[in-house]
Ligand binder design. Structure first.
Ligand code: ADP
Ligand code: MG
Length: 439
């Protein structure tokens, strides 16, 4: 069947793209609109330029393929900012010469916790009142803690508030390269004009200026020109100003004139919230215990949390299985040994005694009644997967049973786990509870 109606075509394209490319799919795809389908060109409307650029860079091929197979024609797909005629690529250059914003990196998608509260609040303030409050704003912290994300969010926020602001957002490396090119091509005045006649200058990773004396000098003058004109400067680095030892003292002291905010590694709770936020952004369902597992496994770099999420989704799709704790563990290659760190037999016995409402002494007794035997078998099964104890040791802890009893228990629980959804759910919750209370 050949589909003609543009709304229906777009719906079906989205359906297909979501299924073939869940990693790049975002919840906001649902807000895309059909603009026109004319002369073999399908125009799809986006709310702002960052959406159009994102789609163009990451999704063009999938959209085109889907459009072709759905319409039965050769179709070119263009992403346009709603209310404009031309495609995003032709508009980009004229628009805001430079700033390629990531649509995911907004304040709305940034999880605030004790680790980043000050950095977040100061970025919000700066985007609302550039040049007025904290100038310069200097953010620092280890890699993967959200510095670049916040810089994009400042741009999104400031643009929303005042679309005509001239914002320059560059990595420090770009600044240095632009400067070198300007010298080589004798176009220093243009370079200086580009960097000095603006409202907001954002430079990411200024540690890159280390050992680049001439660039430091130029940056120093750029800084002064903007600062004296009360233009906003936002900078990030991997360490505090005073620890950027290879930088000139006069620059370091200027970095401290405004507000210096540190980003720390997120706590467990913040990590869980970030994982949930990221999967929500992709419009995907993620069970709580899987979010907890990811947060438990990855502690320092948030970018890796997202990588873990991607691996889990990909595995689930490839195996055509729903995302469960078991699948997530498999996908992440969670070694039982890794998990086992710190989990003791007594933690498991204690949790099961509470969960199943049986006494610890009963679990460790010879009693065989079903109400005690089942929780005891669960203990054996969990001890097998969460600790490094041998079969004999596990049996020993639970009333002096031999290894074949433990093997039998594990087989039985595994079977129940497969056959009975409610039981599986209970075991998954129990497992994540034990892991969590041992983190
Ligand atoms: P940095 O620039 O500090 O190395 P990034 O800004 O590139 O770190 O962040 C790495 C990844 O982690 C990004 O995908 C970003 O969206 C995400 N991230 C970091 N902190 C948060 C947070 N608090 N909430 C949501 N996502 C975050
Ligand atoms: Mg960065």
């Amino acid at each position: 069947m050949v589909v003609q109606d543009t709304t229906e075509i777009l719906d079906r394209i989205l359906e297909r793209v979501k299924s073939v490319d869940p990693v790049n799919t975002r919840k906001w795809f649902d807000e895309l609109t059909p603009v026109s389908f004319d002369g073999g060109v399908l125009q799809i409307g986006c709310q702002d330029l960052s959406w159009a650029q994102y789609l163009q860079q990451r999704c063009q091929a999938n959209f085109t393929q889907a459009a072709q197979s759905i319409t039965g024609h050769l179709v070119a797909v263009r992403f346009v900012v709603s209310g404009r005629e031309s495609a995003a690529d032709t508009d980009t250059a004229a628009d805001q010469r430079h700033v390629l914003l990531h649509p995911d990196y907004t304040f709305g998608s940034f999880v605030v916790g004790p680790c980043n509260r000050l950095a977040h609040a100061s970025c919000v303030a700066v985007s609302q009142n550039p040049g007025m409050i904290y100038n310069p704003l200097f953010l620092y912290g280890n890699v993967g803690l959200g510095k670049t994300h916040l810089l994009h969010a400042v741009c999104h926020g400031a643009r929303k508030q005042a679309p005509n602001l001239n914002i320059q957002f560059h990595s420090c490396e770009e600044f240095v390269n632009d400067f070198i090119n300007a010298i080589e091509q004798g176009s220093l005045p243009e370079f200086q004009n580009q960097y000095r006649n603006i409202d907001i200058l954002i430079i990411d990773d200024v540690q890159f200026l280390r050992e680049r004396e001439q660039s430091q000098e130029e940056f120093f003058h750029t800084f002064n020109a903007l600062y004296n004109n009360r233009k906003q400067i936002v900078l990030t680095a991997d360490s505090a100003p005073q620890d950027l030892a290879a930088l000139e003292e006069r620059l370091i002291s200027r970095f401290k004139w405004g507000l210096v905010a540190r980003l720390d590694a997120p706590s467990y709770e913040t990590r869980v919230a970030i994982v949930k936020k990221k999967s929500h952004l992709r419009g995907l369902e993620l069970p709580d215990n899987v979010a907890e597992l990811i947060a438990q496994q990855i502690k320092t770099n948030i970018r890796e949390l997202e990588g873990a999420l991607t691996i889990i989704y990909a595995t689930s799709r490839a195996a055509d299985r729903p995302i469960t704790l078991e699948l997530a563990k498999q996908a992440l290659g969670v070694q039982e040994v890794t998990l086992a760190r710190g989990i003791a037999m007594s933690d498991i016995v204690q949790s099961i005694s509470e969960q199943f409402d049986v006494r610890i002494t009963d679990l460790q007794s010879k009693k065989r009644s079903q109400s005690i035997a089942l929780p005891r078998q669960v203990c054996m099964y969990l001890a097998r997967s969460l600790t490094r104890h041998s079969l004999e040791e596990i049996g020993g802890h639970l009333g002096g049973r031999d290894h074949s009893t433990v093997v039998h228990a594990c087989t039985k629980i595994e079977q129940l786990y497969k056959d009975d959804a409610a039981f599986r759910d209970r075991i998954d919750r129990l497992t994540s509870h034990i892991i969590q209370s041992n983190r």
